[in-house]
Design a protein around this ligand. Sequence first.
Ligand code: TTP
Ligand code: MG
Length: 363
Amino acid sequence: MGRIILHLDLDCFFAAVEARDNPEYKDKPLIVGADPKEGKGRGVVSTCSYEARKFGIHSAMPISKAYRLCSHAIFVRPNYEKYKEASEKVMEIIQSYSSAFQRGGIDEAYLDISKRCSNFKHAKNIAEQIQQEIHDKIGVTCSIGCAPTKSLAKIASDYNKPNGITVVEPEPENIKSFLKDMDITRIPGIGKKTKKYYNEKGIHTIEDIFDTPLPKMIEFFGKYGKWVWQVAHGLDTRPVKEYHNRKSISKERTFHQDIADVNNVLATFESLNGRIHENLRNHKIYYRTVTLKIRFEGFETFTRSKSVPHPIQDEKKAMRLVCELLKEFLDEKRRIRLVGIRFSNLHKNETTKQTTILNYLCR
Ligand code: TTP
Ligand code: MG
């Protein structure tokens, strides 16, 4: 039995939250973005309601142009805190349907529900339940794609917006009839610029990809051509990453040129640490062990770890631990080729709540 993956994307997300909180905006052309200043404003549209899209308005359009297209629209400034809060709550709901959950961005996520449902009819039921729960509890709508791979699920969630559910069953003929008339830019990763190269080779629709044998795709577009061909044939095997079942989370960076400057090394550790913590916060993951990795010119590599008694999720504290571990290497005369950080002994928040309280009591 193959996989069943859902991709969920909220509909006109920022605008939907604004309309939820200001019922007078409902069913009207509503534009979230910079101040239009009666057509003289600078800046862009973040997003707009589907009513505003009828006027040709879309994300990233200059706000002055949006004003020209529809001056009677309601224009509001973004309130990111509010969107973040709504997003967190939506993600919590989605996660409760499967532990194989991967957040895509502020308003999208993947869910692998293969373990809890045996066919696509049942999967559609689950998608309906998720839509309903998000609507009832958060007051916004979403669209869901249901397919055997992540990329097909993503294409499917965008297919019938707003508030749609699109199922792509796994048989090759279903995948083909779903994709064949679509423009190749529907494939995640093919944008306006890349499209040009495909068009030059006579590839416009996804059907043209079906008509191009894999070796030709590789000859024309290299490794990326292979990936595009696999997506179209439903052969994208990337898993929905289960953060909660992972043993560790790490990031590393190789320098283009080996470096000797300590400040540069520290700044890199800080940036890696910041990015991992964003993930850890999103997935409510705590850790007990921090490991530093450092590779010198000549490829000699060292790892050093430090553990704390109770699970933490603390960006500053982690950076302090990294600095302590780094001390030992500061006198090194050799240049550094690579640095990395790993967090392990991971704990989910549910099991951590108690220990965190214990932490306070025991201090
Ligand atoms: P999207 O999911 O791309 O757009 P959307 O949710 O507004 O509309 P759709 O129904 O087509 O999914 O992006 C999610 C949010 O991210 C969007 O509400 C606002 C923000 N955003 C920007 O601020 N600028 C941009 O250029 C884009 C694309 C999105
Ligand atoms: Mg969206």
